[in-house]
Design a protein around this ligand. Structure first.
Ligand code: UDX
Ligand code: ADP
Length: 467
């Protein structure tokens, strides 16, 4: 296969959208078509008004503005895009299974499988199929098996090219990656396919940052990179609980730990817990794979990272309930932030959802404000838990237009996402509009605790001893 001229990406989500936008921007001679079975999502990507793109990512508007209509296209014509492409990226969702074998642990591959079948049915010329979604080890083999049964008998190469972008910094991560990982077969055809993808990235990534491996190493590296990152968050969060009872300050401890160059300062921010579509899913996947190979000690080791995360969210909610004298019923708690981290409108596995759930069990009233998350998404997240009727969620949870509106008459404020704008709020105004005593629970150690205490707030912050 020569130089790639036409790329198709199936899945216009948080991974497919930004990744293809950057490839199109950096490779103006390659035609990149992003397709999705969700027509509304495609329509949103094609909107004139770039501030209304379906996902929020700093810097993405400019990249889309440059490439869209030139060599970047968003389309609902999946079959046509498959037919035209030399290389097809699969960037569809792979959530944890909610049914059957591996329920709650393994990745649900039904969307990946559907893509592979569709490619097998439609393709009439050789294709390089690239798995971009995070997938369990050996998924490439499953895709290969399906493609080999293609009626047209065309040849396929399957590569693993896991995505390491973090939401909120996706464009920067894509433009300037720590590394690009490409796994493929070790035979000459596999190596040629790897080379075709290497050439695309070479347009802007230095060669020494492009790592090539066998397929399984690549797949496993993605799962374990996320497991290591999540492990750091759970490690510091476990220490935060110890800080709260001993009088040590987690920020001082994290700084002291992180200045050791062997450890490094990143990913040591104690929080109400990690969220996002990857960490929990990938670790559960890793645990499931280990168990399926009877590696129970290894499985238990990684599972603990997820358990500490759930524990961190639970104890945050419990602290709110306890501080309100176990009578949360009918009291309003303002939530600042709903997204799983700042600078994204993604709420998948956001700790806010779980903290809200625990408080709603106590019949609290919630007033939620998030600068980027739409009201419908907040209700959808709560309805998805199936712990309360949709009517109850609507009755108990109000979505506010501003932080001031959310906090008015509230008994407590909880910071769930580290949006910068919360730092520059007029906290004196918020204090005077709240019920007294005014409690503040900082789940991100975002705010200046001493300044707030001076105003009169009773502040509980992660990893700091409470009043
Ligand atoms: C992660 C990986 O970083 C990325 O490489 C992979 O491709 C996808 O999964 P993402 O989930 O987008 O990216 O965000 P990330 O920045 O890793 O944060 C994950 C969660 O951990 C967030 O909820 C964040 O708030 C939390 N976190 C992160 C902490 O609580 N403390 C930290 O120090 C760092
Ligand atoms: P990610 O964070 O992995 O990008 P998203 O859920 O944001 O996940 O995006 C995945 C996208 O893939 C969704 O927009 C979904 O509609 C799309 N998708 C899933 N299966 C298919 C399919 N078989 N054909 C086309 N699009 C699909």
């Amino acid at each position: 296969m020569g130089r790639i001229k036409n790329i198709c990406c199936i899945g216009a989500g948080y991974v497919g959208g930004p990744t293809m936008s950057v490839i199109a921007q950096k490779c103006p001679n390659i035609r990149v078509v992003v397709v999705d079975s969700n027509e509304a999502r495609i329509a949103a990507w094609n909107q004139e008004d770039l501030s209304q793109l379906p996902i929020y990512e700093p810097g993405l508007e400019q990249v889309v503005a440059e490439a869209r209509g030139r060599n970047l296209f968003f389309s609902k014509e999946v079959n046509q895009a498959i037919l035209d492409a030399d290389m097809i990226f699969i960037s569809v969702n792979t959530p944890t299974k909610t049914y059957g074998e591996g329920k709650g642990m393994a990745a649900d591959l039904k969307w990946v499988e559907a893509c592979a079948r569709q490619i097998a049915d439609v393709a009439t010329s050789p294709k390089i199929v690239v798995e971009k979604s995070t997938l369990p080890v050996r998924t490439a083999q499953a895709i290969k098996d399906i493609l080999q049964n293609s009626p047209s008998k065309v040849s396929f190469q399957v590569l693993s090219n896991p995505e390491f972008l973090a939401e909120g910094t996706a464009v920067q991560d894509l433009l300037n990656p720590d590394r690009v990982l490409i796994g493929g077969d070790q035979d000459p055809e596999g190596q040629a396919a790897i080379q075709a993808l290497v050439e695309i990235y070479q347009a802007w990534v230095p060669m020494e940052k492009i790592l090539t491996t066998n397929v399984w190493s690549s797949e496993l590296s993605k799962l374990t990179a996320n497991a290591f990152l999540a492990q750091r968050v759970s490690s510091i969060n476990s220490v935060s609980e110890l800080c709260e009872v001993t009088g040590a300050d987690i920020e001082e401890v994290a700084k002291a730990i992180g200045t050791d160059s062997r450890i490094g300062p990143k990913f040591l921010k104690a929080s109400v817990g990690f969220g996002g579509s990857c960490f929990q899913k990938d670790i559960l996947n890793l645990v499931y794979i280990c168990r399926s190979f009877q590696l129970h000690e290894v499985a238990d080791y990684w599972e603990q990272v997820v358990k500490i995360n759930a524990h961190q969210r639970e104890r945050f909610a419990k602290k709110i309930i306890k501080s309100l004298y176990y009578t949360v019923n009918g009291k309003t708690i303002a939530f600042l932030g709903w997204a799983f981290k700042k600078d994204t409108n993604d709420t998948r596995e956001s700790p806010a959802i779980y903290v809200a759930d625990a408080l709603l069990d106590e019949r609290a009233l919630l007033a939620v404000y998030d600068p980027k998350v739409a009201e419908e998404k907040i209700y959808r997240d709560l309805d998805f838990l199936e712990n309360r009727s949709s009517e109850d969620n609507k009755r108990l949870v109000q979505v506010a237009e501003s932080a001031y509106e959310a906090c008015k008459d509230a008994s407590a404020v909880a910071v769930l996402t580290e949006w910068e704008e919360f730092n520059s709020l007029d906290w004196e105004r918020i204090y005077s509009s709240m019920q007294k005593p005014a409690l503040l629970f900082d789940g991100r150690n975002l705010l200046n605790k001493q300044a707030l205490e001076k105003i009169g707030f009773i502040v509980h912050a992660i990893g700091k001893s409470s009043p």
